[in-house]
Design a protein around this ligand. Structure first.
Ligand SMILES: C[S@@+](CC[C@H](N)C(=O)[O-])C[C@H]1O[C@@H](n2cnc3c(N)ncnc32)[C@H](O)[C@@H]1O
Length: 281
């Protein structure tokens, strides 16, 4: 088979069930043949090596069965950087750009800001913040060993040395040392899907770890924990910023208002309320 025949046949296999079949096919093609889309045009009549063809169709079949493209590629772009993405770790979402940008605005001009990220996953938020604010002191808390390992790899990949990771349960763990744990910013994109909704998610999303999605019976478990347990670690002048799911703005605002916070809501690219920024009154 020629390179072009391989690509077109993979694309055709995907087109039956995958909306973005061209993009997915070319991305998998680039991974397997180590040539980019421009080179494919130049060398389309070249014979494709058998070993690469075998790997290509294996991955195409995985994609047809619903494995997310990001897990197949093992990497994904978030804002200006490409991050390592591994199975059992949440795939970075475009929506999360909003929370990072809100944090950029809050931290502007601040000297050595102290930041706590709760539920850090692959580390995209902490790494984007550390990249922008080199003197920031960041601690990230995450329960999943897989996610912690993935975040460590991403820290190395992006040359970020001094972000402290604690493998802890944010619903149970509380630091004793309030001096050390006193922050200008607490940021979190926690699990926020109500448990009963998980079975209705897209088949790709269902392949992501439940622990990264499951926000308890009403999806609000982690917001309560952040407002009730973690807010005592925020300085008086500090902010707590959280990403939220669709239609959660009122409930999450109420949770923080009940603890004496003012709230401000930010929308995402699709005009959906996506981030809540809070400050003590
Ligand atoms: C929605 S993901 C967000 C990951 C990352 N911050 C991002 O934006 O891509 C939520 C993360 O919370 C972690 N998590 C779930 N329950 C937790 C708990 N009780 N304590 C700490 N982390 C938890 C999950 O493992 C997952 O990595």
């Amino acid at each position: 088979m020629t390179l072009q025949e391989v690509y077109l046949s993979g694309k055709k296999m995907l087109s039956k069930s995958i909306e973005s079949s061209s993009f997915d096919a070319i991305s998998i093609f680039e991974l397997c043949f180590d040539i980019d889309r421009k080179e494919l045009i130049l060398h389309k009549f070249k014979k494709a090596p058998d070993e690469n063809i075998k790997r290509f169709f294996k991955l195409i079949n995985q994609r047809v069965s619903g494995k997310p493209l990001q897990y197949i590629l093992g990497k994904w772009k978030f804002m200006s950087k490409t991050f390592i993405v591994e199975e059992e770790v949440l795939i970075p979402r475009e929506d999360t750009e909003i929370i990072v940008n809100v944090c950029y605005d809050l931290l502007k001009g601040m000297n050595s800001p102290r930041i706590l990220e709760l539920c850090s996953g692959s580390g995209i938020i902490s790494i984007m913040l550390k990249d922008k604010f080199k003197d920031a002191k960041i601690t990230a808390i995450e329960i999943s060993t897989k996610a912690v390992d993935c975040m460590k790899k991403n820290l190395v990949l992006h040359g970020v040395k001094d972000v402290k990771i604690l493998k802890q349960d944010v619903l149970k763990f509380l630091p004793h040392n309030k001096e050390e744990f006193s922050y200008d910013l607490i940021v979190s994109n926690p699990p926020y899907i109500p448990v009963s909704h998980i079975k209705f998610l897209q088949k790709e999303v269902k392949q992501e770890p439940q622990i990264a999605l499951n926000g308890g019976d009403d999806g609000l478990l982690f917001y309560r924990a952040i407002a009730q347990r973690w807010s005592k670690y925020i300085k008086n002048t500090g902010n707590i910023v959280v990403e939220i799911g669709i239609n959660q703005n009122e409930s999450v605002e109420n949770i923080f208002r009940d603890q004496g916070f003012e709230t401000l809501v930010f929308k995402d690219f699709y005009d959906i309320d996506r981030v809540i920024c809070t400050k003590s009154k």
